[in-house]
Design a protein around this ligand. Structure first.
Ligand SMILES: [Zn+2]
Length: 676
C-alpha cells in the first residue's frame, strides 16, 4: 500500500484510482467554473466581547454559505457533484441537521463549482438571494422586526456577496491571453488548462471585491459598544440584557443561539475563557480532594451564592475528561464556573470563607489556579499553489485533483481537528474548523500537544498514531481506513496568543492573528518561509513576549516534542529554577555581539545545568542530578536550532534571534509555572 503513494502529494493515476469512489465524473463540456464568496469575514467575526459571540459569528457565516450550497445541490443539473470545493459529504450540516455536531462551523466562506453554462448565472443569483434572505429571516425571527426597522436595515447592508463565472471551454491560448492582460505576467510554461482557469477566476474575484459597491450611509447616534462601527440601540428592544447600546448585527450574534434552539432544538453551551483556563485546575481538585472535602467546598459555595448560581448549566464537551465515571459531587465541582476559584477576582471579593477554604486546599495539595488560556489561529501555507498546480508533481492539476484537495481538507477538519482540540483530556474548544483554517481556545496544560498534532496531521506526518515529521506518505491509517491528507509538501503556520482571562477578547483575537502573520513571514536560509508557529504572551501586568519557531529544522527534530515538552516537564516538576532566565539575560548582555556558535551554545547549556535542583533526599544520589542535566542538555540542543537557523522577516529585517530564543524559554517557564 505504502508504495502506491510514493509519489503523493496528490499525484499519479494510482492515487485517483484508490480514492475514485470520492471523485465524481466531471465533464467540462458546456460548463463554467463558478466562485462564490460571502463577506465580511474578519470584521464580522472578531467584533466579540464573549466567546459565544465569537463562535456565533463563525457559525453564522458557515450556516449562510450552507444555504447557497444546498441550493446548488438541489437545483443544479449535476447536483452535489458540481461542487468542487468544499468537499460536502460528511459535513455535519450535510449529514443531519439535528445532530449535535452541527454546532461546529466547518464550512468556509466560499465555494467553487462547475455548472452548466445555461443554468449558472441564474443559480448564482438565486444563491445570493437565499443567503441574504436567510440572514434577514433569522433577524425577523429573533427580534420580531419589520422591514422598516433600523435593525433590519443594518442587517440588509451587512453582507458582501460576490460571484464570478468563467466558461471552461475557451482554448488555452485564449486563457493565456486573458491571464496576461489581467496580471501583466506570463503564466508558467507547464501550467494546466484547469489551473489557468482557476488562477484567472481568482484574479477576477480579487478585482470584483475591489470595486465593491459602497452604500455607506454615515450612521448617527451612539455607536455599538461591541463593533464600534454601527449605531447602537437599546439592548432591551432585542431582548438582550446589557447596559450598553448594541447594533443589530452584534445583537444578532449575541442572540443567535436562541435561533438554533427554536429552529433545531439545540442548546449551545459555549464555555467562557476562564472556564477554559481553569479546566485542568478543576480536574486536579476533583482528583485530590476526598468526598468530605468536595462536599465542604460545595457547601461553602451553596451558602455563599445559593441557587447554584456558581455553576455552569452544563458540562461542556471536551473541557473535562471522562465525565461518566465521576461521582455526583465531582460533577458538581467540575461544573463550578471558573471565576469562583479566582481568589483575587471579583466574584469572591466579599466571600472571605470561600477564599479561605480555597487557599487551604491549594496549599494542602500544592495546587495553583491557571488564569491564562490560549487562542490559536491556524492557516494552511500556500493554499493557492496547490490549486495552481505548483505543489503537484508534473503540474497535472485537473478538477479531479481539485476534488481530492477538497477531500483532504475536509478529512482533516472533520476527522482529526475536533479530536485533537476537544478530545479526551484535551480541554479545548473549537471556534471554527474548516479545511486549512482552525480557530480554537485551548487550556495551557495541553497547548503544545494540540499545536503539534494540528500541524502533523495536516500533512499526514503521522506514523503509528504519532506525529513524526520524518515519516510520511500523506495517508493516515486509522481503524483500517486510509485517510487522505495533502501530504508532506503541505504545511501550516500558526499564531497563538496566551492571555489572562480578563484581557478583552477582541484584543486577544487581534494578537493571535498578528502572531499568525508573524509565523507566515518567518524566513530562514534557503528562502524557506512559513511552516512556523509564533506565540504572543500578554501578561496581566501588561508586559508582552513574542517568539517564533519552525516546527522542525533541517535535522527533522521535532521542536515541540524533543525541545519544549521535556523542558516544560522539568519546570513543572520544579527541577529548574526560573532564575535561569534572569541569569541568561544578564549574561547575554555581557556577551552582546557574540555570534551563535560553540561558545554561546555551550554557555547557555552550562547556565541551565547549573540551575537544576533536586530534592534533598535525592541529593544523595548525584546520579539523579546528572540524569536531569543530561535531559536538559538534550532538549536545549534541539531548541538552540531556533537561533542557530537565523531567521528574518519578509521585508528583510533581521530581529534579534537570541532574544527570540530567550522569549520562547520565558514563555515555556510561564506556562510551566502557571502564570506569574
Ligand atoms: Zn455592533
Amino acid at each position: 500500500m505504502k508504495k502506491i503513494f510514493k509519489e503523493h502529494p496528490l499525484s499519479g493515476e494510482q492515487l485517483i484510482k484508490t480514492f475514485e469512489d470520492y471523485i465524481p465524473e466531471i465533464s467540462l463540456k458546456n460548463k463554467s467554473l463558478a466562485i462564490f464568496t460571502i463577506g465580511p469575514v474578519q470584521s464580522f467575526i472578531s467584533a466579540a466581547k464573549k466567546t459565544k459571540e465569537y463562535w456565533a459569528g463563525s457559525y453564522l457565516l458557515s450556516y449562510l454559505i450552507w444555504q447557497a450550497l444546498k441550493h446548488i445541490m438541489e437545483e443544479s443539473k449535476e447536483g452535489e457533484n458540481s461542487i468542487i470545493y468544499p468537499y460536502l459529504k460528511n459535513q455535519p450540516l450535510y449529514k443531519d441537521l439535528r445532530n449535535e455536531e452541527i454546532t461546529l462551523p466547518t464550512l468556509p466562506n466560499r465555494f467553487l463549482a462547475i455548472l452548466e453554462n445555461n443554468e449558472a448565472e441564474q443559480l448564482l443569483e438565486e444563491c445570493k438571494k437565499m443567503v441574504e434572505n436567510k440572514l434577514l429571516d433569522i433577524a425577523i425571527n429573533l427580534f420580531n422586526i419589520s422591514k422598516e426597522d433600523k435593525i433590519y436595515k443594518q442587517l440588509e447592508e451587512l453582507l458582501e456577496i460576490y460571484w464570478v463565472l468563467l466558461p471552461l471551454e475557451k482554448s488555452k491560448k485564449t486563457e493565456i491571453e486573458r491571464y496576461r492582460s489581467l496580471t501583466g505576467m506570463e503564466p508558467a510554461n507547464d501550467i494546466s488548462h484547469y489551473s489557468l482557469v482557476t488562477s484567472i477566476i481568482e484574479e477576477l474575484m480579487g478585482a470584483r471585491k475591489n470595486i465593491r459597491e459602497f452604500n455607506y450611509i454615515e450612521e448617527k447616534g451612539v455607536k455599538c459598544y461591541i463593533c464600534g462601527e454601527r449605531t447602537g440601540f437599546e439592548p432591551g428592544i432585542m431582548n438582550i440584557e446589557d447596559e450598553k447600546k448594541i447594533c443589530g448585527v452584534c445583537g444578532l450574534k449575541r442572540k443567535f443561539s436562541d435561533y438554533l434552539k427554536t429552529e433545531f432544538g439545540i442548546e449551545i453551551h459555549y464555555p467562557s475563557v476562564i472556564d477554559i483556563a481553569t479546566a485542568d485546575y478543576k480536574e486536579e481538585l476533583v482528583s485530590s480532594l476526598d468526598k468530605d472535602e468536595l462536599n465542604q467546598l460545595l457547601n461553602y459555595m451553596d451558602k455563599e451564592f445559593g441557587n447554584q448560581d456558581y455553576q455552569m448549566p452544563e458540562l461542556v464537551n471536551g473541557l473535562v475528561g471522562d465525565v461518566k465515571s465521576k461521582s455526583p459531587e465531582e460533577k458538581k465541582v467540575l461544573k463550578i464556573k471558573g471565576t469562583y476559584f479566582d481568589i483575587e477576582g471579583n466574584e469572591l471579593k466579599e466571600s472571605i470563607k470561600v477564599k479561605k477554604l480555597l487557599k487551604k486546599i491549594n496549599k494542602k495539595y500544592n495546587l495553583k489556579l491557571n488564569k491564562y488560556y490560549a487562542l490559536l489561529y491556524m492557516d494552511g501555507d500556500d493554499m493557492g499553489k496547490w490549486v495552481s498546480g505548483e505543489k503537484l508533481k508534473h503540474r497535472e492539476m485537473t478538477p479531479e485533483f481539485h476534488y481530492l484537495i477538497s477531500k483532504s481538507l475536509t478529512n482533516y477538519s472533520l476527522k482529526f481537528v475536533k479530536r485533537i482540540v476537544e478530545g479526551k483530556g484535551r480541554r479545548g474548544k473549537l471556534v471554527y474548523s474548516g479545511g486549512d483554517d482552525v480557530v480554537a481556545f485551548v487550556n495551557l496544560k495541553n497547548l503544545f500537544e494540540v499545536l503539534r498534532e494540528l500541524r502533523g496531521y495536516f500533512s499526514g506526518n503521522v506514523f503509528d498514531n504519532q506525529v513524526n515529521y520524518k515519516a510520511s506518505d500523506g495517508i493516515i491509517r486509522e481503524k483500517g481506513e486510509d485517510i487522505l491528507t495533502l501530504g508532506s509538501k503541505a504545511s501550516v503556520s500558526m499564531g497563538i496568543c496566551i492571555a489572562h482571562y480578563k484581557e478583552p477578547l477582541h484584543f486577544v483575537i487581534k494578537n493571535a492573528r498578528a502572531m499568525e502573520k508573524k509565523a507566515k513571514k518567518h524566513i530562514i536560509s534557503g528562502n524557506r518561509k512559513k511552516n512556523a508557529f509564533a506565540i504572543g504572551l500578554i501578561k496581566h501586568s501588561g508586559e508582552t513576549r513574542e517568539a517564533v519557531s519552525k516546527w522542525f529544522y533541517d535535522d527533522g527534530e521535532d521542536i515541540i516534542e524533543k525541545g519544549i515538552k521535556p523542558l516544560l516537564n522539568l519546570i513543572q516538576k520544579e527541577h529548574i529554577s526560573q532564575s535561569f532566565i534572569y541569569t541568561l539575560k544578564n549574561e547575554m548582555e555581557l556577551l552582546e555581539g557574540l555570534e551563535a556558535g560553540d561558545i554561546l551554545d555551550d554557555e547557555i547549556i552550562r547556565l541551565m545545568k547549573r540551575k537544576i535542583t533536586v530534592d534533598e533526599d535525592e541529593e544523595k544520589e548525584d546520579s539523579k542530578r546528572k540524569k536531569l542535566q543530561k535531559q536538559t542538555e538534550a532538549s536545549l540542543k534541539v531548541l538552540q536550532q531556533i537561533y542557530k537557523n537565523r531567521y528574518w522577516i519578509e521585508d528583510n529585517k533581521e530581529p534579534n534571534n537570541i532574544y527570540n530564543f530567550i522569549n520562547l524559554l520565558e514563555i515555556i517557564f510561564f506556562i510551566g509555572k502557571r502564570g506569574e
